[in-house]
Ligand binder design. Sequence first.
Ligand code: HEM
Length: 173
Amino acid sequence: MTWWYVVRASGLVAYAMLTATVIGGLLLSTRVLHRSPPPAWLFDWHRFVGGLAAVGTGLHVAAVWVDDYIDFHVLDLLVPFVSPWRPAALALGIVGFYLLLVIELTSLARRRMPLRWWRRVHYLSLPALVASTVHALMAGEDSDEPAVLLAVGVGTGIAVALATLWFIQLGSG
Ligand code: HEM
């Protein structure tokens, strides 16, 4: 049972860090803050929080596997629709997990790959956030808590608003 609390706590922390890093990345690319805080500081913060999201997700998946409240096998957690337990919710979590893994690994290898390719992969952070949001709302025991719903709503709202601004900028530039 203790591990089930680790599953829930790490899931919520990973999700909060993911939302925060996506918002940080969009603040960097839209430049709406006009150099305050300095872009280098924001970049470091974005990388650090993104790292925490990746570590938190790793802990979340490991805790789901270790926990015996529901008997998951490794393939249940790595291949969508293998497990009969809330298959759509799990599939979205698995997709979010793979997207985050690719984004984190390519960011670590950023200097060793063409910038264009790195950027294209980095755009996957928006689908990763969408997949994780729906996963959390469908799979989570805490998703009907008002505080969780408010935090998800506010975080996702800011991310969507900034993403819209960013696409408008991309279209006009
Ligand atoms: C292989 C990938 C994943 C698996 C197998 C998985 C599995 C699970 C399971 C079984 C639950 C239900 C826990 C409960 O009953 O409360 C859950 C909830 C949750 N997951 Fe995941 N997950 C995965 C990926 C992710 C990712 C990428 C994120 C976000 C970064 C995430 C965030 C959450 C959150 C926020 C909850 C809700 C916690 C709660 O409300 O108690 N998960 N996940």
